[in-house]
Design a protein around this ligand. Structure first.
Ligand code: SAH
Length: 248
């Protein structure tokens, strides 16, 4: 069922004011009902508990981050294709990663793999500042435009190889990687502050496990392995090597 039939209002594909109601309240857009259902049926019903994560997922207009051709499926229980052969992850896995990350309102967060900017927008509500690195320049430009349109101000984006982190603003309280890595890149460990948490899908190109790494005092580490997931590969110097240059 598409959002139009859920909300009783026709979803607007684009144009000024799309996604914002006249009073400027959050969630007053044509997709608000679809978004609430997503939160209840895909997240709460499947074990997401963090009130802050649920609030963010209920507020950020996911439909603004998907390809216009997939608007009607923006709040469905699945990943969706975005530009450049990349994907915007399924809502549940996005929420799960954010719950495991457990960012605090005063945290500085590093994100690797900006993609559409959807998760970046969620992080912007959960943390104080977000630094996000994306290797594909055209994706970064798209993400920047969407975040600007939504009035998100506490996010800085950078074009580059996120397997090397973003040294300039380290240490980070939290690091979130949303592409599949063969192992935890050294630079990301080094740039995580003491007491920090790193969430990353680790495994082969086809299948990974979500891993959570805690940096304890004295450079001791504790990590947990969570469920299976499927992400596009993290391509870079300390990740999967690129077969060909796809950046522009
Ligand atoms: N979280 C995103 C989805 C990320 S998909 C969203 O909400 O839309 C994974 C992204 O990681 C892709 O955009 C891909 O281009 C990017 N990526 C892959 N390797 C990277 C690297 N080494 N550094 C930065 N970004 C990388």
């Amino acid at each position: 069922m598409g959002p139009a039939s859920m909300s009783g209002e026709p979803p607007r594909a684009s144009g000024p004011g799309d996604g914002r109601d006249p009073a400027g309240r959050e969630g007053g857009d044509a997709f608000a009902v679809a978004r609430r259902r997503m939160v209840e049926e895909q997240l709460v019903a499947k074990g997401i508990r963090s009130p802050r994560v649920l609030e963010a997922m209920g507020s950020v207009p996911r439909h603004r981050f998907v390809d216009p051709g997939f608007l009607g499926r923006a709040y469905g229980d699945h990943a969706l294709p975005t530009a450049e052969g990349q994907t915007i992850s399924q809502p549940w896995i996005v929420a799960r990663m954010l719950e495991l990350l457990a960012a605090e309102p005063t945290d500085r967060v590093l994100e690797v793999g900006t993609g559409s900017g959807y998760q970046t927008a969620l992080l912007s509500r959960l943390a104080e500042r977000v630094f996000s690195v994306e290797r594909v320049a055209s994706l970064l430009r798209g993400a920047q435009a969407r975040l600007d349109q939504l009035g998100v101000r506490n996010v800085a984006l950078r074009h580059g190889d996120g397997s090397l982190g973003w040294q300039e603003f380290a240490p980070y309280a939290r690091v979130l990687v949303s592409a599949a890595a063969p192992r935890v890149p050294d630079a990301l460990r080094a740039q995580l502050g003491e007491g920090g948490v790193l969430v990353i899908p680790v495994g082969g190109p086809q299948l990974q496990h979500l891993e959570v790494w805690h940096r304890m005092p004295g450079d001791r580490w504790r990590h947990q392995r969570h469920g299976e997931c499927r992400f596009v590969p993290l391509l870079g110097r300390d990740a999967w090597r690129e077969r060909q240059e796809t950046e522009q």
